[in-house]
Design a binder for this molecule. Structure first.
Ligand code: HEM
Length: 151
């Protein structure tokens, strides 16, 4: 991990105007179509993309292991069992991201990595009819993770 991707506790906090409620949750039919293993594979490939991206320095070296934790969150979000919450407690996603310096440029890079993976929905049996809704969710919710104004 790289120093420049960490937020100092006393650095000015950027609060997006959109607030947390801007994003419609994705369809729970997605889990029904994909199942656990495909969601884990999708998140693994996403993290491998992050590892090649301009924000790689934000993520742990053990990308596959980190992806497994994130996958548990996405499994619950997409309609599967709430294992993430049972294991790690309330998601509090914005709070969990506060240690990192997330600008809108970082968000764009994060989204680009996810979208690259979603270019091959058939790999993960991602139901194509829900692609647009899922991307909309990622677009909206990721806005809420931004905590630092652009340089
Ligand atoms: C705005 C762009 C975003 C950036 C730059 C970002 C970055 C990060 C980083 C650096 C971590 C810690 C390393 C790790 O455990 O993987 C993390 C964790 C995580 N992120 Fe994000 N993230 C973003 C948006 C999102 C969004 C929109 C979601 C959910 C839809 C999300 C879900 C998660 C989850 C579930 C974790 C694991 C939390 C845990 O450790 O319990 N992230 N993210």
């Amino acid at each position: 991990m790289t120093e420049k991707f960490f937020r100092k506790a006393d650095s000015p906090l950027h609060v997006p105007d959109s607030g947390p409620g801007g994003a419609e949750p994705p369809s729970r039919e997605i889990y029904a179509a994909m199942g656990e293993e495909n969601i884990k594979a999708m998140l693994r490939d996403f993290y491998l993309q992050l590892g090649e991206s301009a924000i790689a320095g934000m993520f742990p070296r053990e990308l596959v292991r980190a992806s497994e934790r994130s996958a548990l969150f996405f499994i619950g979000l997409l309609g599967g069992p709430p294992v993430y919450m049972q294991t790690y407690g309330p998601p509090r996603m914005r709070a969990r991201h506060l240690p990192f310096r997330i600008t809108d440029a970082h968000r764009r890079e994060w989204l680009a990595c996810f979208y690259r993976v979603l270019e091959q929905p058939e790999r993960y049996q991602f139901p194509v009819e829900h692609l647009e809704g899922f991307k909309k969710f990622l677009e909206g919710f990721s806005g809420w993770m931004v905590n630092t104004a652009e340089d």
